[in-house]
Design a protein. Sequence first.
Length: 267
Amino acid sequence: MERKIAVIGMPFDAHSSYLRGPAEAPALIREAILCESANSCTELGIELADQAGITDYGDIAWADDVEAFSNLEQVILNVAKSGAKPITFGGDHSITFPILKALATQYTQITILHFDAHPDLYDILDGNPLSHACPFARIMENELAANLVQVGIRTLNTHQAEQAARFNVDIHPMRDWKGPHQLSLSGPLYISIDLDGLDPAFAPGVSHHEPGGLSVRQVLDVIHSIDVPIIGADIVEYNPRRDINSMTAMVAAKLYKELCGKMLMNE
Ligand code: MN
Ligand code: MN
């Protein structure tokens, strides 16, 4: 099968609980990816500019918030059926639920590798079961993934600890993080990166500043260590309204490039 990647922007932040802004992310992340300050070679030597199989599908369009999810789900389904792997950027973290709904029809025994300050396992938040604080509860209760592995977590409250136990989540709390050797990942692997998993010193352009997080290098170390097939990825929660000199857009672009390269390397 020819290796193909579908790049998809998700300008959506209707399920954010605190601040809006991630809807404005896709255009700025695309701009950072193409910024002439950097070249398009990954650290592992994949020249992305030479890859004919990377197609930009543009941004998801919709008339209302419900249609946003169903349109995203349909696009991901079409991409996966064609044998391509989606990389989605922009949006709040609620979008990972419809993405997994689509991928779970094409793959079995999916493992999700989830970077975040927050476990996002609330059963419901502020009356909204689709909140960006809830996607992994929806994914696990619908059995859309077999394993959920979380890295960077530093806000585990009692309710979410109970949810984590209920769904058998493999949480690697930030305070215990020693490096990628802690993880044992099996494919097919989906990667979800909430940029607030990084320390706000590295990624200030997020709605929820939670100090004490991962460095960019620590996230890259994990990505580079992955040796199983990657079926898709998302980079969420970039909030341009909180960014400084587009530095977080550049972090998103860097992670996009390294994820892309790894997805092309790991078949
Ligand atoms: Mn988060
Ligand atoms: Mn999140």
